[in-house]
Design a protein around this ligand. Structure first.
Ligand code: ATP
Ligand code: MG
Length: 473
C-alpha cells in the first residue's frame, strides 16, 4: 500500500514544483535529508529536488513562478541549480547514476532514473523520496525500508555496505554522525563494514572529516560518536591522541581512571551547559597529555604532572593536522586546557582572595567558560568528595563575583602605565620600569593595594625609593 504524504508537502513551493514538472512533461521528487527530517518532525531548511528531466531548467521555471525576481545559481557541469526562497534553500538536480574509481570520492556520473538516484544514497533513512508528480503527488517512494529503519532507529546502507563505504568513505563518518545526532543504532553489518573499510578514510579530505567531527561535537551527546569512532577503529586514524587516552595501568594494585571514558563524560557534561563548539573541543582535549605525563609515585599514587600545560602545547599540532582553524579559537582552547586545573586546585585549598584574583587575571573574559569545564571535570564516584568540590566551587564563584566588583582585574589594565613611570622618574625604557610596573601588578593581585591610580601611584613611589629612584618633581 502506498502511503500518502501530500499533507506534509502542502505548501506553495512544492505545488509550484509539481506544476512546473508537469509543464516540462518530466518527473520530480523531494528526496534525502528533507524527507527524513519531515518524518522525524525535525525542522529542516534544505529541500533537495531530483528530476528525471533537466534540473537547471526546472529550477529556473519554479523560481520564475514563485517570484520573477529570484536569482537562480546554477552549475552547468554538474547539472545542479539552487535558489533561496523565504529562508528555504532549494536545490535541484537531475536524477543520476554513479560509478566510482578506487582512488577518488568523485564518481563518474550519468543520467539515471529515480531508482538509480536512490541507489547512490548513503543510508536507507536518507534514500526516501516523496513524489511531486501530479498523478501520485505525496506518495512515499521508499525502496529500502527507510521508514521502518526510522521507526526502529537504525542506520543501515541501502546496498552492500562494503561497496557503499569503499565507493565513498566519507559515508562512514556520516553514519556515525547520524547515529550521534539522532541517537540511532548502527546495524551490525553496516558497523562491521565501517571497521573493515576504516583505512579508506585516507582518501577523504581533512575538511570533510572535521565537518563531521564538528557536527558530532555539536550534538547533544557527542560521546556516542566518539565511542563509535573508537569501536570502528576510525578514532585511532583521525585522533590518535584521544585514542591513546584509553585504558588503565595498575601498579601495586593501584589503578587510575580510564581517561578516555572520563573525557567523554566531561564532554557530555559540558555540552549540557554550553553551545560553544570551542569549549566543547577544550573539554575533549583537556586531558590529552595524560598518557605522556602519567607516572606512578610511591606514596602519591598516579600523577599527571604538568598535563594541562603540555596538553595546551600539543593543541596547535592537532589543530593543524585535522584542519581546525589556527586562530583565536585555537588560542582559546589552549588557554582553557592550560588553566583547567586552577579552579580545582583552588577549591582544594582554603579559597584565598589573592588566588582567586590571580585566576581571574589569567582567565580574563574566559573565566565563566573555565569554571564550566572545571565543574564538568568532577566525575568522581565518591559522593562526599563531589559534594565538597561543588560546595567549594560555589565559594570560588562567590569570591570571583566579589573581587570582580571590588577590583575589576578581569581585563587588567595597569592603573599606572610604563610611560607614566618613565616620565615621572625621567627614565628611558629599561628594566627598572618593567620591575616597577610588575611590582604594582603583583601588589594588586595579592590584594596589597586596590586596583586604582592613587594607590598604585603611592605604591610606585615606595618601590622606586627602595630602588634608589627619585621622581623628577
Ligand atoms: P544534514 O543536512 O543534516 O547534514 P543530510 O542527510 O541532509 O543531513 P546533506 O549533506 O544535506 O545531508 O545531503 C542530502 C542528501 O544527499 C542525503 O540525505 C543523502 O541522501 C545524500 N547524500 C549526501 N552525502 C552523501 C554521500 N556522501 N553519499 C551518498 N549520499 C549522500
Ligand atoms: Mg541536508
Amino acid at each position: 500500500m502506498k502511503e500518502d504524504f501530500s499533507n506534509y508537502i502542502n505548501t506553495n513551493v512544492f505545488k509550484a514544483i509539481s506544476t512546473q514538472t508537469s509543464a516540462l512533461n518530466t518527473e520530480s521528487y523531494v528526496i534525502g535529508g528533507y524527507v527524513r527530517d519531515l518524518l522525524l518532525e525535525r525542522p529542516s531548511k534544505d529541500i533537495d529536488v531530483v528530476t528525471t528531466g533537466d534540473g537547471i531548467e526546472l529550477a529556473k521555471n519554479v523560481a520564475k513562478a514563485l517570484n520573477p525576481k529570484l536569482k537562480v545559481n546554477y552549475f552547468k557541469n554538474f547539472g545542479t541549480a539552487q535558489f533561496k526562497y523565504k529562508g528555504i534553500d532549494l536545490e535541484f538536480v537531475g536524477a543520476r547514476k554513479e560509478s566510482y574509481n578506487r582512488d577518488s570520492r568523485k564518481p563518474v556520473v550519468e543520467d539515471g532514473t529515480i531508482e538509480d538516484d536512490q541507489n547512490r544514497r548513503d543510508f536507507t533513512i536518507n534514500a526516501m523520496a516523496i513524489s511531486l508528480n501530479e498523478h501520485n503527488y505525496g506518495a512515499l517512494i521508499d525502496p529500502f525500508g527507510g521508514r521502518n529503519d526510522l521507526e526502529s532507529q537504525i542506520i543501515r546502507t541501502p546496498l552492500n555496505p562494503d561497496i557503499t563505504f569503499d565507493d565513498d568513505p566519507l559515508r562512514m563518518m556520516r553514519g556515525i554522525r547520524f547515529a550521534t545526532q539522532l541517537g540511532f543504532h548502527i546495524e551490525d553489518e553496516t558497523l562491521t563494514a565501517i571497521k573493515r573499510n576504516r583505512k579508506r578514510i585516507s582518501i577523504v579530505s581533512k575538511e570533510r572529516i572535521v565537518d563531521e567531527l564538528n557536527k558530532i561535537m555539536m550534538s547533544s551527546k557527542p560521546s556516542i560518536g566518539f565511542i563509535l569512532l573508537d569501536r570502528t577503529g576510525l578514532l585511532e586514524l583521525i585522533l590518535p591522541e584521544i585514542s591513546a587516552l584509553k585504558g588503565v595501568n595498575i601498579v601495586n594494585g593501584v589503578g587510575h581512571k580510564d581517561n578516555f571514558l572520563h573525557t567523554l563524560k566531561v564532554l557530555d557534561r559540558v555540552v549540557e551547559h554550553t553551545d560553544n563548539l570551542w569549549l566543547r573541543w577544550a573539554a575533549l582535549l583537556h586531558d590529552v597529555a595524560k598518557p605522556q605525563t602519567k607516572k606512578y609515585i610511591e606514596g602519591q599514587g598516579w600523577t599527571f604532572h604538568g598535563h594541562n600545560y603540555i596538553g595546551s602545547k600539543m593543541i596547535p599540532r592537532i589543530f593543524r593536522r585535522i584542519k581546525l582553524p589556527l586562530n583565536e579559537k585555537m588560542k582559546f582552547v589552549q588557554k582553557i586546557v592550560n588553566l583547567h586545573m586552577r579552579p580545582i586546585v583552588l577549591s582544594e585549598e582554603e579559597v584565598s582572595d589573592s588566588a582567586v584574583r590571580r585566576m581571574l587575571f589569567e582567565a580574563g573574559d574566559d573565566i565563566d567558560d573555565l569554571m564550566t569545564l572545571c565543574e564538568a571535570d568532577i566525575t568522581s564516584k565518591n559522593e562526599t568528595k563531589v559534594k565538597q568540590y561543588l560546595a567549594n566551587f560555589r565559594l570560588v564563584r562567590q569570591k570571583l563575583k566579589e573581587i570582580e566588583e571590588k577590583d575589576a582585574v578581569r581585563n587588567f589594565q595597569p592603573p599606572v602605565k610604563g610611560e607614566d613611570i618613565m616620565e615621572i622618574f625621567g627614565l628611558k625604557p629599561c628594566r627598572e620600569v618593567g620591575d616597577i610596573k610588575n611590582s604594582i601588578k603583583e601588589a594588586i593581585l595579592d590584594g596589597v593595594i586596590h586596583n586604582n591610580y592613587d594607590e598604585a601611584y603611592s605604591y610606585m613611589l615606595e618601590k622606586a625609593k627602595e630602588m634608589g629612584l627619585k621622581p623628577l618633581k
